[in-house]
Design a protein around this ligand. Structure first.
Ligand code: SAM
Length: 252
């Protein structure tokens, strides 16, 4: 595991509060969570927010998660001691159960990139039962690559077509496919523009723009927009652009 180049960088990120750790499950996932039962595996579970929600809301028969970062897993174990949590690499994952009902991987594959992750994803999806769900969230558009991506170790950003091809290759039917942060997308582009124009600054000085929270009223307003979008997505609306791309596939 430790020969994976991402490993040490993520250990460092988890020495503080990593910028992607919202302290709650990722919003798009919350909106579709009522479809979930049975055995669940979170590939790249981070500090376990999604697993905590699953435990509290759905009590799946098997709740498992792995991550490359031992520090992230230590925090996940504190939150969700009931879960089977272990250190593993999505590119070559240890898999402990057959007949999974749900495979989640939220904002992980973009780090090693699809070419490296694909063999592991194939092995993971082979463990899903027919009708089981795969939930993916990934950052959108390579042209949006900025200093933020250097800070969070992005190898690749994605478009909707990439997710269609990936799900097809893994033998899933696409149930839901949408970009996210559609309405706020112009603001995201504007904010990232300096970092897009000058993206290759040294990793040591690059900083994620997820750091820092806006004032509470503004944050509540922005989160309201995101929730409304997620509600639409969960009803099958496909938003045409956004800063990330979200998909749910159903295993054939
Ligand atoms: C942006 S965080 C997302 C965490 C979590 N999925 C969430 O939604 O909060 C990315 C996570 O992927 C993990 N990671 C990076 N490369 C990985 C790999 N090759 N295999 C497994 N986990 C990896 C990192 O340690 C980190 O916890």
């Amino acid at each position: 595991m430790t020969d994976n180049p991402t490993h040490h960088r993520f250990q460092t990120a988890y020495e503080g509060k990593p910028p992607w750790d919202l302290g709650r499950p990722q919003p798009p996932f919350v909106e579709v969570a009522d479809q979930i039962t049975g055995s669940v595996l979170d590939a790249g579970c981070g500090t376990g927010e999604t697993l905590r929600m699953l435990r509290d809301g759905f009590k799946p028969a098997y709740l498992g998660g792995f991550d490359l970062s031992a520090e992230a897993l230590a925090r996940a174990r504190e939150k969700v001691p009931q879960a089977d949590l272990y250190e593993s690499d999505i590119c070559d994952p240890a898999i402990k159960v057959d007949n999974l009902d749900l495979l989640i991987s939220l904002d992980v594959i973009y780090i090693p990139g699809l070419a490296r992750a694909l063999p592991g994803l194939k092995r993971l999806s082979a463990k899903l039962r027919s009708g089981g769900l795969c939930v993916l969230n990934l950052p959108a558009y390579n042209w949006l690559y900025s200093t933020h991506d250097i800070a969070v170790h992005t190898s690749q950003r994605f478009v909707a077509r990439d997710l269609i091809q990936l799900l097809e290759e893994l033998d899933f039917e696409v149930e839901i496919l949408s970009y996210r942060l559609c309405l706020l997308f112009p603001l995201v582009v504007l904010k990232r523009l300096p970092g897009i124009l000058k993206p290759r600054s040294a990793a040591s000085v690059a900083r994620s723009d997820l750091h820092g929270t806006p004032s509470k009223p503004l944050n509540t307003f922005l989160y309201g927009i995101v929730r409304a979008e997620n509600e639409l997505i969960s009803r099958g609306v496909s938003l045409p652009w956004g800063s990330s791309v979200f998909a749910i596939g159903k295993k054939r």
